[in-house]
Ligand binder design. Structure first.
Ligand SMILES: *[C@@H]1O[C@H](CO)[C@@H](O)[C@H](O)[C@H]1NC(C)=O
Length: 150
């Protein structure tokens, strides 16, 4: 094998490894004010996410806010068949790994939420909007993606 060919194979191998290491979920941004450097949901790289009932899902978001805030609320909306259903979301401040509120602009935060998916939830398809919003109404993070409970 020529050296060039060998190098190309090595490069392809490394790229595949990198692609498999990076857990990221494709989502639609709905106006994030912060720089979002990671958004990943358990077992879902390409939506619609097929979510078994019961199960436990992680929603991991790494973001760098552009403005300060005292509070961070998780606002979840499930759109089912054209109607919006608000979903209770956990307090975001307590979910910042190794950190807490207030948010300082330019600092990077790792938000780690765990969502239990209960057996009694109906098997529906929904477009979920996941927002991290502060007390001034600023949407630091806004991500939308379709999910299907199975
Ligand atoms: C989310 O973060 C937690 C804690 O760091 C980690 O255990 C889990 O594997 C992550 N999951 C995803 C989907 O990124």
């Amino acid at each position: 094998m020529s050296t060039t060919c060998h190098n190309i194979l090595l490069l392809v191998f490394v790229l595949v490894l990198v692609a498999e290491e990076a857990v990221a979920t494709i989502y639609q941004d709905c106006g994030s004010q912060a720089m979002v450097s990671e958004f990943s949901i358990t077992n879902c790289d390409v939506p619609p996410c097929l979510v078994p009932r019961p199960s436990t899902y992680h929603v991991n978001i790494t973001f760098t806010p552009e403005s300060s805030s005292q509070e961070l609320e998780t606002v979840i909306l499930a759109n089912i068949g054209g109607s919006d259903f608000p979903w209770p979301g956990p307090d975001g401040c307590t979910l910042l790994e190794g950190d807490s509120c207030p948010l300082v602009p330019g600092e990077t935060y790792k938000y780690r939420a765990v969502m239990p998916v209960l057996a009694e939830y109906p098997a529906v398809s929904a477009v979920v909007t996941w927002k991290l919003r502060d007390e001034k109404g600023v949407k630091h993070v806004c991500a939308m993606l379709p999910i299907t409970l199975i």
